[in-house]
Structure formats: structure tokens, C-alpha cells
Design a protein around this ligand. Structure first.
Ligand SMILES: Nc1nc2c(c(=O)[nH]1)N[C@H]1C(S)=C(S)[C@@H](COP(=O)(O)OP(=O)(O)OC[C@H]3O[C@@H](n4cnc5c(=O)[nH]c(N)nc54)[C@H](O)[C@@H]3O)O[C@H]1N2
Ligand SMILES: Nc1nc2c(c(=O)[nH]1)N[C@H]1C(S)=C(S)[C@@H](COP(=O)(O)OP(=O)(O)OC[C@H]3O[C@@H](n4cnc5c(=O)[nH]c(N)nc54)[C@H](O)[C@@H]3O)O[C@H]1N2
Ligand code: SF4
Ligand SMILES: [Mo]
Length: 700
């Protein structure tokens, strides 16, 4: 073992790999002098990157990196040798399994980590005897996946990023790709717009995407169903539907048409708080285009009615025949660089690798043939359900590259729930707020220190290659997880991998959508799922002749509006949350980059000038934002970019903690939480009280 006090120079080298931030999947590499640069890759074929990609290296050699395992002794963390830390994990988890059974353990997989790492983590859970494994896709596109899987048979982007460039109309609902998927926006969406495509943007807030839009519908948060039903009503009323497609490829049109006949466009527009004329304009742009593509994001998915929102959106594509052809489709832009892959490889409680249901005996047997152990048949717990049961039926947690104490709703309650566990181990790069509640913290590897594969938003599997050695005594995530598999289960041989490639090969044997892929085949390019060796790089347009359900037709759905969970008092605002270009999710990486912090250093609550004036708030004033769940203090940014009655902030900072205010109500189908609609009171903060709300739980 290396002496922990020894300081050694780290070695860096340039190898094309995938950006650790968003699901676009740009290729980058180390460029010397502590920086990363874009290199020509499958997605960014001219080496384009955004500011986050350029700052990706800032985190790799950061002083805050965990370099030694931490073990709690008498309430405090002390550094410990790996053997001691791993023994503590083995006994901590082992005791819980012995006393309460494997279903008392919850595994958090990581959308920030590779396919191989997540594959091994979910295998560890299942070989141990539980399907309690989930990843933050649950907080993200779970509702999109639920609705699309039910109707089309697959939850992923139906088309490709390149395809967006072919569209005549791009209908962006509840997403802000200009800031959240910048290279996809600049290299695929904007060129289409410059070529004459109409960009429709449905978002309560004007942002960088709106700037390029021809039509903006600034709806009230939580009224997507009213708005989308009104658009569907205009499509049927004005004959903008594709009769031939409806007859050949859909079922249930008569029922939907009857339902839409009762939708009053003016009344729906009023409910959504938008101009009925603009609804008609959007419907005509979408319905009148030869090739119209839908792009959807968190504004659609992260609601207690997220699945119904997506159902209403899918109707538009089916009504107009915009599915199964290039330049069309329904395209959820995925979040992190491997949120698609973390789910593909089985980091979900109800499906095995490749989305085979755990309830399917034949699928379980296929897996058992490879693993030597049959996975359990009962679906496990989702992430938020699990944290709600901490200390109750869930007694231990393995948290890999996630920070639920910041990113789950009602996060203050979630953080305390971690203290109810008998045992918790966190594998991360930093001492996060979640780690603050752990018994053992293991120092993992950052993006630049690992090899493996990730799957981007348009289903492309690409390779990651090391650009740096490890800091201090940190270990590769893959080795940590395989090591835990050998210690925690009675099948150590099942976790005896020579390296990530062996795990990938196993994955291709277990997950039908990855069958036939290989590191060699991927090379410097990609292989796309569903893959077959016959079709080169993989299937680009899904559902062309038949839907992935195996059916020629997909059903249309009757969707009724769902009232928001938080009733608003007359003096309250609707808080909706989201992102900005310069920061990323919990901020673990972006807040550690001086250059990103220099671009945007702190959060602000965006409020409309008339709401601000009513409350005596001026731009830059400190305000208190509160509801029955919590209270945070933040600077106000007074701007007409948010609609009246709405306040917007990000969740990129642990202080102020936006998720202290969001609630744990879940969408019944997908169990995704409501992140985009919380009632809050906003008032000037008491003077001289700037740090009142800090709970001292650490910077992350
Ligand atoms: N810069 C940056 N990029 C990122 C991330 C990041 O943190 N920062 N995170 C990555 C991840 S994990 C994800 S999931 C993606 C998410 O990417 P997006 O889906 O674009 O993310 P959000 O900003 O959460 O939400 C999109 C928009 O929804 C709007 N919105 C709010 N409420 C409603 C509503 O009720 N209806 C509608 N129609 N719109 C509403 C918000 O104003 C916001 O502009 O981004 C990825 N890329
Ligand atoms: N209010 C509100 N809350 C939200 C959302 C919202 O729109 N509004 N969006 C939700 C969405 S879409 C998402 S995806 C979640 C994201 O929620 P999380 O996944 O919890 O957040 P991240 O910041 O992406 O990453 C969590 C941790 O991964 C660690 N990490 C990064 N790379 C590595 C690695 O290579 N190895 C290891 N071991 N660790 C690593 C980071 O240090 C960080 O602590 O947040 C959700 N929460
Ligand atoms: S667009 Fe996404 S993948 Fe590309 S450089 Fe920016 S953050 Fe990274
Ligand atoms: Mo996400």
C-alpha cells in the first residue's frame, strides 16, 4: 500500500474518451495544462464541445478528491486501509442480509458511470437476491420510458440526433436543449432551423432555446396535458391528421376523436395560460410539416402526471404519422453521459439487462445460464420509494455515484432518512452530503481514469479510455464493484473479471439489444442498439415497419388533465426547477471548476417583475422561499423571462438547497417525483440573516 502522506505527481495522457456531463456524448481528451478539448467523434464530428466539456478536466485533479477510504469511528470519519474499509462493508451489508434478508438492501446505480460498472452493480444486487436497484433515470425520464414502452415498446429516442437536422418542424416540450444539450442543439437543431424548420418551444420560461424559436408557448407549469390536448384537438378539427397512418399504424382513433371533440381549445388555452391563437399556430406548424420531430425533457417528465404528459405528447406523433421515418419521432434527450446505458444494462428494479422484465421466467433463466444464479422474480423498489422506507423495511444502502441527499425531492427528509439505516456505503469522488450520512466512503475513479463504454442519448455505445492515473489510493469503480461482488455474495467466481471488456462481453450475451457488439467493433466509433451484425452500426429509426412491441399498430390514448399536487394560496408562487448551461445536476463536478464558477457563481430565484413588485423585492435582493417542507434563502433575479406567478431556480447548489422545497409525491405509473410544481411563499429575507439556513452539512 502507498503511504497516504506521500505526494506523487499524477500522470496524464491524451486518449479520446466521452465527456462526463450530458447525454449527447461528445468526444474529448486531455489537452495538457490541466484542460480537456473536443476531438472529432461520432456525435461531435468537428470536435465541437460546450463550456462544460471544456472544463471537464478541472475536477480530475481537484484538491477535494477523495483519495483514501473513510470509515466511521465513534461518529467521525477516519481514513482507513482498503482491506479494513471493505471488511466493514462486508460485515455491514452481511449483517443486514442475515437479519432482514437481501430485500432490506437498496442499490443506487450511477448514470455518471459506465455500462460495465452498472452491469456489475446490478448483478451484485441480483446475485445477492434482490431487485432493489435503481438509478437516477427514475428522477429523470422514468415517465417518458413508461409511456413510450407501453405504446411503442421502447423508451429511448425513436430517431437519431442527425435526424433532427432533417426535420421541418421541431416541437420542443419541456426541454431547453440550447443549455442542456448544447452540441446537439448547435450542431443538429439550429442547422435545421436555419434551413427553414419551425421551432416550437413549450416552456413556462424564456431561455436560450426560446431565442431560436418561432413559436413560444409559455404555459403554466403542470398544464402540459391541457395544452397538448388542445393541440391534438386542432389537428383533428383542421384535418391535419394523417388518415392513412392512423388506419394502418394506430388503434383507438375513434375514441380519441370523440374525446378531443369535447376539448374546448379556448378553455384549455386559458387553463394553460397561453394564447389560443398561438396553440393553433403550433398545431399547424407541427401538423403541416412533412417531417416533424418531438424533443422532450424534464418539463414534461418530472411531474406527478409525467407519464400522462408523455402519453398526450405521443398522441401528436401518432395522429400526424410522425413516427418511423427519418426526421420525425419522439426524442427524449437523455441526461447524463450514461443514463441511457445505466438503464439498458439493468440498473432498474423491474427489468434485467436489455429491459427483459424480472417477471419473465425465460429471461431470468437466460441470465441464470450466464451468472449461475437466478435473479429474483419480484420487482424491487424504486429510488424514492426506497428512501421513504429507510429504517423501515430498507436497512442498508449501497450508493454508487449518486447524491440523493441533494437531488431527491424533500431532500432534507431524505438526508435524515439515511441516518435511519443500519449501514450505508457511498462510492464517490467527493465527500457529498449523502456521504456525510454513510458508515464507509470509498474513493472511486473519475471519468478520465476509467475505461469502459457509455451509451448516449441516441443509443450509441461508445468507448471511454483513460486520460489519467488515479489520485492517491482511489480505485477504479469497476474494480471496487467487482471486489464487492466477490466479498458480498457466495458466488465470487461470478465477479472474477479480467477487466471491463470481459463484463461488456458478458453483457452482450445477456442483453439482446447489445447482442453482437464488441469493443473491437465499436473502436473509435460506435455501435447503436438495437444492434445486429447485419446492419452495420445499428438501427437508426425505430418503429419503421412494426413497433418495438412487435405490433404493426400503436394505441392512441385518451388523456385527461391531472390537477397539481400542491394547491396554491393566493399569495403563493409556483416554484419550478431546472438547469443552466454552466452547471450540472448536484454541482459536484461543475462547482469545482473555477472557469464554470466564473461564468455563473451562484443560484438565483427568477421571479417576474410584477410578482417582485407586489412583494417589495428588487433585483439582487435576498429572498426567503418557503413552504411546509422547508425554507431557503437565495438572491432574486427579477426578469420577465419567467411567467407571472412562477418562480424558477436550479438544483445545482447544496446551498441554497432547492430540493428542501420539492415534495415526494410520485407519478403512479413511473414513480417519478414532482420536481416542477411546488407552492412556495417568496418574501424579502430578514436583514443580516444571510447564512441562517445553512445546516452545516458540508459543501456538497
Ligand atoms: N447544463 C446542463 N446540462 C445538463 C444537465 C445540467 O444539470 N446542466 N443535466 C443533464 C440531465 S441529468 C438532464 S435529465 C437533462 C435535462 O434537460 P432539460 O429537460 O432541458 O432540463 P430542465 O432544465 O430540468 O427542464 C427543461 C425545461 O422545462 C421547463 N419547465 C418547467 N416546468 C415545466 C412544465 O410544467 N411544463 C413544461 N412544458 N416545461 C416546464 C423549465 O423551465 C426548463 O427550461 O439535462 C442534462 N444536461
Ligand atoms: N429540484 C430538482 N431536482 C432534480 C432535478 C430537477 O430538475 N429539479 N433533476 C433530477 C435529475 S433529471 C437527475 S438525473 C438527478 C441527478 O442526481 P444525481 O445523480 O444524484 O446527481 P449528479 O450530480 O449527476 O451525480 C451524483 C454524484 O455522482 C458522482 N460522480 C460523478 N462521476 C462519478 C464517477 O465516475 N464515479 C463515481 N464513483 N462517482 C461519480 C458525483 O461526485 C456526485 O456526487 O437529479 C434530479 N433532481
Ligand atoms: S454537449 Fe454535453 S457531451 Fe457535449 S461537451 Fe457539452 S456537456 Fe459534454
Ligand atoms: Mo437527469
Amino acid at each position: 500500500m502507498t503511504d497516504p502522506t506521500e505526494t506523487t505527481e499524477r500522470r496524464f495522457e491524451s486518449n479520446p474518451t466521452v465527456c462526463p456531463f450530458c447525454g449527447v456524448g461528445c468526444s474529448i481528451e486531455y489537452a495538457g495544462r490541466g484542460s480537456a478539448t473536443g476531438v472529432e467523434g461520432p456525435v461531435n464530428d468537428r470536435g465541437e464541445i460546450c463550456p462544460k466539456g471544456a472544463a471537464a478536466f478541472d475536477v480530475v485533479d481537484h484538491d477535494d478528491r477523495l483519495t483514501e477510504p473513510l470509515v466511521r469511528h465513534n461518529g467521525r470519519f477516519v481514513t482507513a486501509p482498503w482491506e479494513e474499509a471493505l471488511d466493514r462493508v462486508a460485515s455491514g451489508i452481511g449483517d443486514v442480509v442475515d437479519e432482514h434478508g437481501p430485500d432490506a438492501v437498496q442499490f443506487f446505480a450511477s448514470s455518471n458511470c459506465t455500462n460495465e460498472e452498472n452491469y456489475v452493480l446490478q448483478k451484485l444486487a441480483r446475485v445477492l437476491g434482490t431487485n432493489n436497484v435503481d438509478n437516477c433515470a427514475r428522477l429523470c425520464h422514468a415517465s417518458t420510458v413508461a409511456a413510450m414502452s407501453e405504446r411503442f415498446g421502447a423508451g429511448a429516442m425513436t430517431n437519431t440526433l442527425d435526424d433532427l437536422g432533417e426535420a421541418d418542424c421541431i416541437f420542443v416540450n419541456g426541454a431547453n436543449p440550447a443549455e442542456q444539450h448544447p452540441v446537439a442543439f448547435r450542431s443538429y437543431v439550429l442547422p435545421a432551423v436555419r434551413d427553414g424548420a419551425t421551432l416550437v418551444h413549450v416552456d413556462p420560461r424564456a431561455n436560450d432555446t426560446t431565442e431560436a424559436a418561432d413559436v413560444h408557448l409559455p404555459l403554466r407549469p403542470g398544464t402540459d396535458i391541457q395544452l397538448l390536448n388542445a393541440i391534438a384537438a386542432v389537428l383533428t378539427e383542421e384535418g391535419l391528421v394523417d388518415e392513412a397512418f392512423l388506419a394502418e399504424r394506430t388503434t383507438g382513433f375513434d375514441r380519441l376523436r370523440e374525446h378531443l371533440a369535447d376539448v374546448d381549445v379556448a378553455a384549455s388555452a386559458e387553463a394553460a395560460g397561453v394564447d389560443p391563437g398561438v396553440i393553433r399556430e403550433a398545431a399547424r406548424a407541427y401538423g403541416g410539416a412533412d417531417r416533424a420531430a418531438i424533443v422532450t425533457g424534464m418539463g414534461t417528465s418530472q411531474h406527478r402526471c409525467g407519464t400522462d404528459n408523455v402519453h398526450a405528447l405521443l398522441n401528436l406523433a401518432l395522429l400526424t404519422g410522425n413516427i418511423g421515418r427519418p426526421g420525425t419521432g419522439v426524442n427524449p434527450l437523455r441526461g447524463q453521459n450514461n443514463v441511457q446505458g445505466a438503464s439498458d444494462v439493468g440498473g432498474l428494479p423491474s427489468v434485467l439487462p436489455g429491459y427483459e422484465p424480472v417477471t419473465d421466467a425465460a429471461a431470468r433463466e437466460r441470465v441464470a445460464a450466464e451468472w449461475g444464479v437466478e435473479p429474483p422474480a419480484e420487482p424491487g423498489l424504486t429510488e424514492v420509494e426506497a428512501t421513504h422506507r429507510f429504517g423501515d423495511e430498507v436497512r442498508a444502502a449501497v450508493v454508487f455515484g449518486e447524491n440523493p441527499a441533494v437531488t431527491e425531492p424533500d431532500a432534507t427528509a431524505v438526508a435524515s432518512a439515511f441516518d435511519e439505516l443500519d449501514f450505508c456505503v457511498v462510492i464517490d469522488l467527493f465527500e457529498t452530503r449523502t456521504a456525510a450520512h454513510a458508515d464507509v466512503v470509498l474513493p472511486g475513479s473519475a471519468w478520465a481514469e476509467k475505461s469502459g463504454t457509455v451509451t448516449n442519448t441516441d443509443r450509441r455505445v461508445m468507448r471511454m479510455r483513460p486520460n489519467a492515473d488515479l489520485p492517491g489510493n482511489a480505485r477504479r469503480d469497476f474494480e471496487i464493484l467487482a471486489g464487492l461482488g466477490r466479498r458480498l455474495t457466495d458466488r465470487p467466481d461470478a465477479f472474477d473479471y479480467e477487466g471491463p471488456e470481459a463484463a461488456f462481453d458478458e453483457l452482450t450475451r445477456v442483453a439482446p439489444i447489445y447482442e453482437g457488439m464488441s469493443y473491437e467493433g465499436i473502436g473509435d466509433g460506435y455501435q447503436r442498439w438495437p444492434f445486429s451484425e447485419r446492419d452495420g452500426t445499428g438501427t437508426e429509426v425505430l418503429h419503421a415497419d412494426t413497433f418495438a412491441t412487435g405490433e404493426r399498430t400503436a394505441p392512441l390514448a385518451v388523456v385527461d388533465p391531472v390537477p397539481p399536487v400542491d394547491d396554491l394560496d393566493a399569495d403563493e408562487l409556483t416554484l419550478t426547477t431546472g438547469r443552466v448551461l454552466q452547471h450540472f445536476n448536484s454541482g459536484a463536478l461543475s462547482r469545482r471548476s473555477d472557469r464554470l464558477m466564473a461564468m455563473r457563481g451562484e443560484d438565483a430565484l427568477r421571479v417576474h417583475p410584477s410578482d417582485a413588485a407586489e412583494r417589495g423585492i428588487e433585483d439582487g435582493d435576498r429572498v426567503t422561499v418557503s413552504n411546509e417542507r422547508g425554507s431557503v434563502e437565495v438572491a432574486a433575479e427579477v426578469t420577465p423571462a419567467v411567467r407571472e406567478g412562477v418562480a424558477f431556480c436550479t438544483f445545482h447548489y447544496a446551498e441554497p438547497l432547492a430540493n428542501a422545497l420539492t415534495g415526494g409525491t410520485l407519478d403512479p405509473a413511473a414513480k417519478i417525483p414532482e420536481f416542477k410544481h411546488s407552492a412556495v411563499a417568496v418574501e424579502p429575507a430578514p436583514e443580516g440573516d444571510a447564512t441562517a439556513e445553512s445546516d452545516g452539512a458540508g459543501a456538497d
